[in-house]
Design a protein around this ligand. Structure first.
Ligand SMILES: *Cc1c(COP(=O)(O)O)cnc(C)c1O
Length: 345
């Protein structure tokens, strides 16, 4: 679907001129900087960070094989999620369509921006119901949110089904790929150039082990990325995050090693859980967590808390009755969980 982004934008955003910081007007090398009212002492944290994250974007561009003009970097993925609402959805008028259950931040960002969320339940085995999603769309729908692999269900959504939605829908389709490092072959990123209404979210919070740094990515057409960059806080990524991320991104092998270990541990965890009599079902996962259906999930959750092990109780969420969500930890942590659960038998 080739769409005109300017027509989708809110009118105030279409007309908005961004704040111009001192570092926007001059960004080259100089010996003396007297343009930003900074403290000249206390090097190096006394200077404002690069508002355009040039070095970091170059590195992300290499790793992801996406042009710099198609990359937005934010304070976690949560920042681009909020910015997409603010750029494209008119409060009190527009709506978004979201699968259900899914990641909670879409709703929080929607509520904050006074945007209605139209929920479309996933089908059997948490499969994407393409027709139901397209049917839920009306003339005020600006964005469809998909999450693949989906949180909290763990499954990646079917490629063809997502592509069908992307080609049929005349607004934006946001595909949240926070867990894609655990199933890289299922990413839609290679198709980005062919679909001007596609926005892909990824993050360094999961496989890359940088949740504490707060660094998320949005990939989209240069027109969409320009809008997000125009409305973000000028200095949304601080110097510590930019420097540390660059340092950590130099080592891609360690990320791959972690992913391999976690996937192996996930298989082991599934096998071990299935031997427990109170475990009813372990759902298929493409991510670093599993959704487990069991008898008395709340009782088991409370028991685990007493044993100082915290999992996520998802049993009150739509289509997740009886389910706990368990992150895959280190081999030692996973062994501890299984040991503690076996004591119940
Ligand atoms: C964890 C998670 C994120 C990551 O959010 P950050 O703000 O980048 O830490 C995004 N989407 C989903 C579905 C997640 O589960």
């Amino acid at each position: 679907m080739s769409i005109d982004i300017t027509l989708l934008l809110r009118e105030n955003i279409r007309n908005l001129k961004p704040y111009s910081s001192a570092r926007d007007e001059f960004s080259g090398d100089a010996a003396v900087f007297l343009d930003a009212n900074e403290n000249p002492f206390n090097t190096p944290w006394n200077r404002y960070p690069d508002p355009h994250h040039r070095q970091l974007k170059e590195r992300v561009s290499q790793i992801k094989k996406v042009l710099v003009s198609k990359i937005f970097l934010g304070n976690g993925s949560d920042e681009p999620i909020d910015l997409l609402f603010r750029a494209f959805c008119e409060p009190g008028k527009d709506n978004v369509v979201s699968i259900n259950p899914t990641y909670g931040m879409y709703r929080v960002a929607a509520d904050t921006n006074n945007i209605e969320v139209i929920n479309v339940p996933l089908g059997i085995d948490y499969l994407l119901d393409t027709e139901a999603v397209l049917k839920a769309v009306n003339s005020d729908t600006k964005i469809i949110f998909l999450c693949s692999p989906n949180n909290p269900t763990g499954n990646a959504l079917d490629h063809k089904s997502m592509m069908h939605i992307i080609t049929e829908f005349k607004g934006l389709v946001v595909v949240d790929e926070a867990y894609i490092d655990f199933c890289p072959e299922k990413s839609l990123l290679p198709l980005l150039d062919h679909h001007s209404n596609l926005v892909i979210l990824q993050t360094f919070s999961k496989a890359w082990g940088m949740a504490g740094l707060r660094l998320g990515m949005a990939f989209g057409s240069p027109e969409i990325i320009e809008v997000l960059s125009r409305i973000k806080y000028p200095y949304n990524l601080n110097i510590l995050t930019q420097h540390k991320a660059l340092e950590l991104l130099a080592n891609e092998q360690i990320k791959s090693k972690w992913v391999t270990t976690i996937l192996k541990e996930r298989d082991k965890m599934v096998k071990n859980l299935l031997t427990l009599p109170f475990v009813i079902k372990v759902y298929n996962s493409d991510a670093n967590f599993i959704l487990v259906k069991m008898d008395d999930p709340r009782g088991i959750y409370n028991y685990l808390v007493e044993e100082k092990i915290i999992v996520r109780d998802r049993s009150s969420i739509a289509l997740c009755k009886g389910c706990l969500r368990i992150s895959i930890g280190s081999p030692e942590e996973n062994a501890t969980l299984i040991e503690v659960l076996e004591q119940l038998v």
